[in-house]
Design a protein around this ligand. Sequence first.
Ligand SMILES: *Cc1c(COP(=O)(O)O)cnc(C)c1O
Length: 358
Amino acid sequence: MTAYRPIQARIHLNALRNNLKVVKTFAPKSKVLAIIKSNGYGHGAERVARELAEADGYGVASIDEAIFLRQKGFLHPIVILEGLFSEAELDLAIQHRLEFAVHNWEQLNWLKTSHVTTPLTIWLKLDTGMHRLGFDERDMERVLTAIDRLPMSIHLNLMSHFASADTSDDFTQKQLSIFNRVAQTLNCPKSLANSAGVQRYPQSHFDWVRPGIMLYGACATDEMVPGLQPAMTLASEITSLKWIEAGETVGYGQTWRAERRSLVAVVAAGYGDGYPRCAPAGTPVLIHGQRLPMAGRVSMDMLTVDVTDMADHVALGDEVILWGQGLPVDVIAQACGTIGYELLCDVTQRVPRVEVKD
Ligand SMILES: *Cc1c(COP(=O)(O)O)cnc(C)c1O
């Protein structure tokens, strides 16, 4: 046995595979660009790419994430969703056979002025309302003319991104209709749907869907999708148990006061592991299959739980699930006013990822 702090992030390999199948039942006619940016939403990009080898390609944020996957031996199409950050990245992209978004004139000019003669596959990004990246509809004619005149031959894809397919039907319909207007004029593969689009808007599936969060078994929308399984369980153990008297407080700032004589469990998990400090008292953890409330503030390496209701059957070393199978990450995210995505991405380096089959 080596040195041991009990926290771990279990990565459920079969859950990843299962969730890809769920994507395919939603969008049976589309190819799947599995989104594995930000270290595979915290699950480990290489591991996720390996388990999702049946995807038709991978989507990442930047060229270094793409090159990482190439260096690990993945031969799939890889799309850099934010495109190139500098002209110098073009040679690298070609060297590693990477596809990339083109979302502004500057990026287009890098292609125009380059000496590259290799054919390129680009994902032309249309801004349909997100107003973050992409060309406006009214500029598309000029953009397409510029693409036609590029010195190298271009395999074109058209893409756009939803701003609120999880919540707003009106806005999403508006984005869809702009996308459709432009799509009609182009005879090339098209891609619009993120996870929420996959789940809620079949008419957004087109040639490629781009699911991220649903592959990890977390929610893109308020509705739980039947069949999805959490791909990460963040688990630790009780490392200390202590009775305190009614009226006594627990933790930094004395923010939690015991209303009765209480048994407080210390769990080896804190914001240094990526468990959010903003999680308020009352946020549930799972012990022996039962949800129990956190008491007091999360500290860097520990958090505390009121286990009084389970006093006769808790012991040091008992497993505590912070989120994952049995306790959706979205429950914790909601308690903190954030989204599951952030919690998954924020699990820190010091937490070992342990692969499990289920
Ligand atoms: C992150 C991302 C996705 C995946 O979004 P989810 O909500 O996680 O499914 C799809 N497309 C683009 C362009 C992205 O940046």
